[in-house]
Design a protein around this ligand. Structure first.
Ligand code: GLC
Length: 560
């Protein structure tokens, strides 16, 4: 029996408070999105295909599984789906090591199925966003294999960053660049040269000053836009261009030799021209603390949107959240881009777990095995955070399983696959805990993910209580909350893109209006808060107190 890493206490029964919902009088079929600029206020659902639904029963999620569950996504009420990479890949980094952009990995299906999926989703009113990983390829990609075979000085090697080593015999890496995962950024090949990889050795970095690299990616964008996708998520979007001399990195000295080089914007301007031909949009994975530098990516001739990681990383604290919301809106305003609100994705600790810990911020550096977690508290906060994010101006990203309130899973050491874990020397638990296959049907093997075959990552034994069928029957479930919130957000004028104004509130309480008639209140203080006067309680994330006040860690939407 392999060792299990210390569990964070035994999993509690899922006890969610009955939700205080006053159903809106306006029901019926969902109206279409309010604006043509759908992306300015869309709710975008992130599908991690390997773990969403298993159509062929082999333990790995696939496109057949997604197609079969499009009605589920339509019922949830999302506007678009972003698929993490589904291309041919050795899956060393969960598909972020792409071996061929024009082929779907056989584990997931075929290109024909992807095309069907895109058009079937469109019939449900759901747009498709694909994920492009321009910083690097898989070492199995034809270009890298050709570069290895062709040897030093060859044109094939110029598409990557190959260099001789330092030291008397070239035995030292060409520079000291820190990795985006832990570990080395250079690997030596048998002929003595080294190649750069900001992530794992199986993910060689491309040389973005090479015209073929640019041309190829422009072709790949067209390939997917031609197939009807509405948008592209850009992986590691601030890392592509490197200082041409690849100088050593010195802590605290600007500019950084590989993060956010000025030349990168030229690439995105040419990409934007392509997207405009197809009415497509971009969302960039841009982790930059400097808001002015961040906003440059969102200028009107560059990317449409970028993930709001400052909000994702922010602790559950009223002052900090308010400041982050203000900073977000202030940094987006000059470039007139809509903000995005993100609580979770396939790289970070799941929301209910993070909010149930003493440190409710997210930071890759502080992830540790065995962190004590109060899931009941975390779930209450995650419910309130759902209403907060869905009420803020802009678009919202929802990561699969967030609508089920899934916790981060403890993965037995022997089953961990994430290179972040191995490259940390085993100290970082890695990201598999948020990538576990979804539970669909409580009474079936593996909660209805596939059939009898063990899923590629194990589901915790206590997960059947989170299954879609159980939550669909329970008006107090997280799924019911999301379904109602998404419907109300779509039906009620004032949500999505547009103005917001803070309202006076007690310490620890966030209150803001979206229109004169529409107000959101979130209580992060330790005591119940009095709600502002209102005509109707549209939705609350938990029951109010007997005297109508808003308890701690609870949010409400009000009509005045
Ligand atoms: C992004 C992805 C992450 C991946 C990395 C390398 O950060 O979100 O999952 O490991 O890029 O491609």
């Amino acid at each position: 029996m392999p060792p299990l890493w210390p569990a964070a206490g035994s999993p509690p029964a899922r006890k969610e408070p009955p939700v205080a919902v006053v159903e809106s009088s306006r029901t019926g079929d969902l109206p279409p999105s309010r604006t043509d600029d759908w992306w300015r206020d869309a709710v975008i659902y992130q599908v991690y295909p390997r773990s969403f639904a298993d159509g062929d029963g082999d333990g790995t999620g696939d496109l057949a599984g997604v197609r079969a569950n499009l009605p589920y996504l339509a019922q949830l009420g999302v506007d678009a789906v972003w698929f993490t990479p589904w291309y041919l890949s050795p899956l060393v980094d969960g598909g972020y090591d792409v071996a061929d952009y024009r082929t779907i990995d056989p584990a997931f299906g075929t290109l024909d199925e992807a095309e069907k999926l895109i058009s079937e989703a469109a019939e449900f009113g759901i747009r498709t966003i694909v994920d492009i990983v321009p910083n690097h390829l898989s070492d199995q990609h034809a270009w890298f294999q050709a570069a290895l075979a062709a040897g030093p000085g060859s044109p094939e090697r110029e598409r990557f960053h190959f260099r001789p080593g330092r030291g008397e015999n070239g035995e030292l890496p060409p520079n000291n660049w820190p990795s985006q995962f832990s570990g080395d950024t250079w690997t030596r090949v048998p002929d003595g040269e080294w190649y750069l990889h900001l992530f794992a050795p199986e993910q060689p970095d491309l040389n973005w000053s090479h015209p073929e690299v640019r041309r190829e990616h422009e072709d790949v964008l067209r390939f997917w836009f031609e197939r009807g996708v509405a948008g592209v998520r850009i992986d590691s979007a601030a890392l592509l261009t490197k200082h041409p001399e690849l100088p050593d990195f010195t802590e605290g000295v600007d500019p950084h030799p590989y993060i956010d080089q000025d030349e990168i914007h030229d690439i995105y301007r040419s990409w934007r021209a392509i997207a405009d031909e197809y009415d497509g949009i971009f969302v960039g994975e841009v982790w930059l603390p400097d808001s002015e530098r961040f906003a440059r990516y969102l200028r009107p001739d560059e990317l449409h949107t970028a993930f709001n990681f400052n909000f994702l990383a922010c602790p559950w604290d009223a002052d900090r959240l308010r400041r982050t919301i203000d900073d977000t809106l202030a940094e987006h305003a000059p470039v007139k881009a809509p903000a995005t609100w993100v609580l979770c994705n396939h790289d970070v600790t799941r929301t209910v777990t993070r909010y149930g810990r003493e440190d409710t911020a997210f930071d890759f550096d502080t992830k540790a095995f065995g962190t004590p977690t109060d899931l009941e508290l975390g779930t209450r906060r995650a419910r309130a955070a759902a209403l907060l994010t869905l009420a803020l101006p802009g678009s919202v990203y929802l990561y699969q399983g967030e609508e089920l309130g899934l916790p981060e899973a403890d993965i037995p050491l022997s089953r961990i696959e994430d290179p972040m874990h191995f490259r940390s020397g085993g100290t970082d638990p890695g990201r598999d805990g948020c990538r576990v296959p979804l539970p669909w049907v409580s009474g079936e093997p593996h909660s209805g993910f596939g059939s009898d075959t063990e899923p590629w990552l194990p589901q915790p034994a206590y997960w059947p209580q989170y299954a879609v069928d159980v939550q669909s029957e329970d008006p107090a479930s997280m799924l019911a909350l999301y379904r109602t919130a998404l419907r109300l957000r779509r039906e009620t004028p004032g949500f999505g893109d547009g103005p917001m104004a803070w309202l006076p509130a007690d310490n620890g309480v966030l209150a803001f209006s979206r229109t004169d008639a529409l107000v959101c209140v979130v209580n992060l203080s330790g005591t119940p808060a009095t709600l502002p006067s209102h005509a109707e309680l549209l939705l609350a994330s938990g029951p109010l107190t007997e005297d109508g006040r808003l308890p701690s860690d609870t949010a409400a939407w009000l009509r005045r």
